[in-house]
Write a protein that binds this ligand. Structure first.
Ligand code: C5P
Length: 253
């Protein structure tokens, strides 16, 4: 568990919007208090890698959540392509800082793809980051989607898939707050846990079944919280962000 971190380093805002324009507006609005943005299949399908490069050029960290799940060779190639989204949006000749971009912070693959697929993904990510001379993005395994209904098998299944993820060379998993505690106990402090299904007190649960407040999720051992609709759909998104950052801070004590 990470103690006394800057709460900003633990909050990921899911940019689940339809257009580049909306993504740009929301990112600009939240930029002072949010450092990490998640781009999922909706926005990536609509805009492509340009939106990732745009956020990188703003100095933001990007979580590319495309949940790859295919044959090992295809997933390895997709990871290669994802890790390669790092060049500066202005192009080499016009980049005033002369710095190359940092690359992705993290990306996801689905643990249901099995060991061979997960190993192919982890190896491809490592190899490509080395070849490009950038920091290796964190490879995360999706365990069980948080919208799946609660049932008695989920905790065991999540743990099984988290172990598989580690054995296959991944850095961590995406898992609900309910499972974070046992993952942390079984897999130790260095295994990364990213938790969606976060709902600040009194907010709508939407389609998420296994929800937790930011406070509970941090207490249960999550390293990063992913929050989408409670922020994106709020009339005053910055106020919700401040509330969440405050809750994270309280949980760190
Ligand atoms: O809007 P909401 O806060 O529910 O957004 C949660 C985000 O986290 C969505 O972008 C969703 O795709 C993602 N996610 C999830 N469950 C997972 C993995 C990712 O809800 N297991």
């Amino acid at each position: 568990m990470m103690m006394s971190k800057n709460p900003k380093d633990q909050l990921i805002v899911a940019l689940d919007v339809e257009t580049f324009e909306e993504a740009r507006e929301l990112a600009a609005l939240l930029a002072p208090s949010v450092d990490i943005f998640k781009i999922g299949s909706q926005l990536f399908t609509a805009c492509g890698p340009v939106v990732v490069r745009y956020l990188m050029a703003m100095g933001k960290k990007v979580f590319l959540d495309l949940k790859f799940h295919d044959i090992p060779n295809t997933v390895a190639n997709a990871v290669n392509a994802a890790v390669s989204i790092h060049s500066d949006v202005l192009g080499d000749n016009q980049n005033p800082s002369g710095k190359t971009n940092q690359g992705l912070l993290m990306y996801t693959v689905h643990t249901m793809g099995g060991k061979a697929m997960l190993e192919a993904a982890a190896n491809a990510g490592l190899k490509q980051a080395k070849a490009l001379g950038i920091k290796k993005p964190l490879a995360l395994g999706i365990t069980v989607l948080t919208s799946e209904e609660k049932n008695d098998n989920i905790p065991a299944l999540v743990l099984e898939r988290a172990l598989l993820a580690r054995e296959s060379g991944l850095d961590g998993v995406v898992a609900s707050s309910q499972e974070a505690k046992s993952i942390r106990q079984k897999l130790g402090k260095d295994f990364i846990i990213v938790t969606p299904g976060i709902r600040p007190k009194e907010s709508d649960t939407h389609d998420q079944q296994r929800i937790a407040t930011p406070f509970e999720a941090i207490k249960n051992g999550s390293d990063y919280l992913v929050v989408g609709r409670p922020i994106v759909k709020a009339p005053q998104p910055q106020e919700v962000v401040q509330k969440i950052l405050e809750e994270i801070k309280q949980a760190q004590v």
